[in-house]
Design a binder for this molecule. Structure first.
Ligand SMILES: [Zn+2]
Length: 188
C-alpha cells in the first residue's frame, strides 16, 4: 500500500499542544512517532510518504499542502498523528474519521484496538475513548482516500505524557499492526 503519514503541526511554526513542566511539544512527539511508523511500514514493503506542514488544505500557501500532496500521490490511506490536550486531568486514546461507516472507520477501529491493547499493558488505567466522527477536520474532509487522525494520548496529562515519551516504539508498532490488519481485511 501507499501510506501517507502526517505528523501534526510544525516545529518553529506551530508547536501544537504542550506540556510545560515536562517540556514536551506535540509537534516533536508526532514527528518522532511518525518516523518510527514510517520505518516499520517501509521494512514490511509499503511505500511511505511523511510530511509535516502548517498547510493542511491550501490555507497557508507558504508551506507544502498536505492534502493536495497526499491526493496527487494517490495514497491508499492517510494517517495523521496528534496528541490531545484538555485540562491536565483528561486521559486516553481516540481515533477520528470522517464517517464511521466507511473504510476509514474500519481502519480507525483496527488501529484503535491495537493501540489500546498495547498501551494498557503498560498503563491499565488508560481510557479507550473510541472512534469519533469529525467531518469538520481539514485532513479528513479534503483527502480522497480513507483518512484517520489519531489522538495518541493527552500530552498535558503527566501519566499520558509518560506513554508519549517512553512508549513511542510501542505506539508506532500498534499503528503498524492496525494498518496490516486493514490491508489483510481488504484483500481477503
Ligand atoms: Zn494536534
Amino acid at each position: 500500500m501507499k501510506i501517507f503519514i502526517n505528523p501534526g503541526h510544525m516545529p518553529n511554526v506551530d508547536s501544537g499542544a504542550v506540556n510545560e513542566h515536562l517540556i514536551l511539544r506535540e509537534c516533536d512527539i508526532a514527528l518522532s512517532i511518525g518516523n518510527l511508523l514510517a520505518h516499520k511500514l517501509k521494512i514490511t514493503g509499503h511505500k511511505v510518504k511523511l510530511l509535516q506542514s502548517n498547510n493542511l488544505c491550501g490555507e497557508s500557501p507558504d508551506y507544502p499542502n498536505i492534502c493536495a500532496i497526499a491526493n496527487n500521490w494517490q495514497a491508499d490511506i492517510f494517517i495523521s498523528l496528534h496528541c490531545n490536550a484538555f485540562n491536565t486531568k483528561a486521559r486516553g486514546t481516540e481515533t477520528l474519521c470522517y464517517n464511521k461507516n466507511s473504510n476509514a472507520g474500519a481502519l480507525a477501529q483496527l488501529i484503535q484496538l491495537q493501540l489500546i491493547n498495547s498501551l494498557q499493558n503498560f498503563d491499565a488505567a488508560l481510557p479507550d475513548r473510541g472512534i469519533k466522527q469529525r467531518p469538520d477536520l481539514a485532513v479528513l474532509r479534503c483527502t480522497t482516500m480513507p483518512a484517520i487522525l489519531i489522538e495518541m494520548a493527552f500530552i498535558d496529562n503527566d501519566n499520558d505524557a509518560l506513554l508519549l515519551i517512553n512508549k513511542q516504539d510501542t505506539i508506532a508498532a500498534a499503528i503498524s499492526r492496525g494498518i496490516t490488519d486493514y490491508d489483510a481485511q481488504l484483500h481477503c
